[in-house]
Design a protein around this ligand. Structure first.
Ligand code: ADP
Length: 211
């Protein structure tokens, strides 16, 4: 059996990740493929408890990064690798690119420490375990803010100031430049239909491979 595919969606809050992830899950399932839909931080019972802490409790920046990777380790071991090995697709709302964007870009975590954690948790003899494809939904800050204003209760990250979110966005775009084969930046400041059309085009070759 072939290994399943691993896709992550990224972007500022309000960029449309949940909306498009839901569509992607249905689109892939329509091809008779088995899909595991999951999220970070979270995705396991322990990871969801860590998520609650991460989104609500004040903590030192490095504690935050350590807990993110602790939750990720559990997620990889319990959910992601077993699903991929069963030949299933894993569609994940945020993964390590988010840690890079929020903890390094937003908060200023030292890149060398980030990289150590990344290699510790995702290192495999054959190389880093990374998504096969990452979709960054990119919107200007004002759009993200306006879409979040729709009655959402804001978490610790969402309550940060505009300059924090500007650094997160810039870090995402920088990360995309450093891995153009894996990461696609989607202009998410368009109609949902136009974005879905682009997603279907991007996914086409991946789905054909499985047919
Ligand atoms: P995220 O998961 O990235 O925080 P959501 O998918 O929850 O974002 O979207 C936030 C809000 O913006 C939702 O009300 C959603 O319906 C709306 N939305 C998402 N994408 C678009 C779009 N392209 N155009 C208009 N509204 C959108």
């Amino acid at each position: 059996m072939t290994r399943g595919r691993f896709i992550s969606v990224e972007g500022l809050d309000g960029a449309g990740k949940s909306t498009h992830l839901q569509w992607l899950v249905e689109h892939v399932r329509q091809q008779q493929l088995s899909v595991v839909q999951t999220r970070e931080p979270g995705g396991t019972p322990l990871g969801e408890q860590l998520r609650t802490l991460l989104l609500n409790e004040a903590m030192h920046l490095e504690t935050e990064a350590l807990l993110m990777f602790a939750a990720r380790n559990e997620h990889i071991q319990q959910v992601i690798l077993p699903a991929l090995q069963r030949g299933e697709w894993v569609l994940c709302d945020r993964f390590t690119d988010a840690t890079y964007a929020y903890q390094c870009g937003g908060r200023g975590l030292d890149l060398a420490k980030f990289s150590q954690l990344e290699h510790w948790v995702q290192g495999r003899p054959e190389g880093l375990l990374e998504p096969d494809l990452t979709l960054i939904f990119d919107v200007p800050l004002e759009v993200s803010k306006a879409r979040m204003a729709n009655g959402r209760v804001l978490d610790r990250f969402e309550r940060e100031q505009a300059d924090f979110h500007a650094r997160v966005r810039a870090a995402y775009l920088q990360r995309a430049k450093s891995a153009p084969q894996r990461i696609k930046v989607i202009d998410a400041n368009r109609s949902i239909e136009a974005i879905q059309h682009e997603l279907a085009t991007i996914l086409g070759p991946w789905l054909q491979e499985q047919a």
